[in-house]
Design a protein around this ligand. Structure first.
Ligand SMILES: N[C@@H](CCC(=O)N[C@@H](CS)C(=O)NCC(=O)O)C(=O)O
Length: 230
């Protein structure tokens, strides 16, 4: 039976969650059949009686797993005969580093640049919740948070330097083939391209070429007709 993924959705079926896309990649990497349930922020409380507060969430038969990292680990343990999403023994420790680098250096900075664009592309029923919750989280109204984003771009691009150096020498962080670290590092770019016209990368940046290599994976699974073209 196919695995079910509760996948965050905005307007026009934009599947924009930086965390859900990690799970989509992990499922595709393992070649597992899955179907998605488009889920707005306001729908999350209805998943399993409100027990799970964030997406992604998967249901695999009678097993429910929440949190993108837990899901990747679950899939790796439950489906050991399929391709290793972490690239084999030891890969999980490396992926942990990439996850933390992304969570501390990259994701929050991208948020300050695109949060208002996200708001504009949400289902209208989600907008009041998003506005208030992000205002509380970020300490200011989100239209103020994005002010000065052009000035923050050089800092953002400089923070990509460790990634840039590695993927200039090899196609993926995993080497010749992608691994979960690639999907972790890709997540902010999928988020950005899906919700924001703000160009995070120049087309001559090696990171741009890597982003497009990752977008081409699994038959272009992560390309969507509504994506911004950068
Ligand atoms: N650590 C979690 C974080 C998940 C997370 O924050 N998901 C967001 C969507 S990307 C969410 O569901 N937010 C719910 C909310 O803000 O109410 C994971 O990686 O799965």
């Amino acid at each position: 039976m196919a695995i079910t993924l509760y996948d965050l959705v905005g307007r026009d079926d934009r599947r924009f969650s930086s965390n859900c896309c990690k799970t989509v990649y992990a499922l595709a990497h393992k070649g597992l059949a899955f179907k998605t349930v488009p889920t707005r922020f306001i729908d999350i409380a209805e998943i399993r009686g409100g027990e799970l507060k964030t997406v992604p969430v998967i249901r695999d038969g009678d097993r429910w797993v929440g949190d993108s990292w837990n899901i990747a680990v679950y899939l790796e343990k439950t489906y050991p005969d399929e391709a290793s999403v972490f690239g084999g023994v030891g890969g999980i420790e490396h992926a942990r580093f990439v996850a933390q680098w992304n969570a501390s250096e990259i994701q929050p900075l991208v948020m300050t640049m695109i949060v208002n664009d996200i708001y504009q592309r949400l289902d209208p029923a989600d907008q009041p919740y998003f506005w208030e919750s992000r205002k509380k989280r970020l300490g200011r109204p989100i239209n103020e948070v994005v002010i000065g984003r052009e000035e923050r771009l050089p800092t953002f691009r400089a923070r990509l330097e460790p990634l840039r150096r590695v993927i200039s020498d090899q196609p993926f962080l995993g080497g010749a083939d992608p691994v979960y670290s690639d999907y972790l590092a890709m997540a902010p770019f999928i988020w950005g391209r899906r919700m924001s016209p703000f160009t995070l990368l120049e087309s001559d940046d090696p990171v741009y070429a890597w982003v497009h290599r990752c977008l081409d994976l699994y038959g272009g699974l992560m390309r969507h007709k509504t994506d911004f073209d950068w």
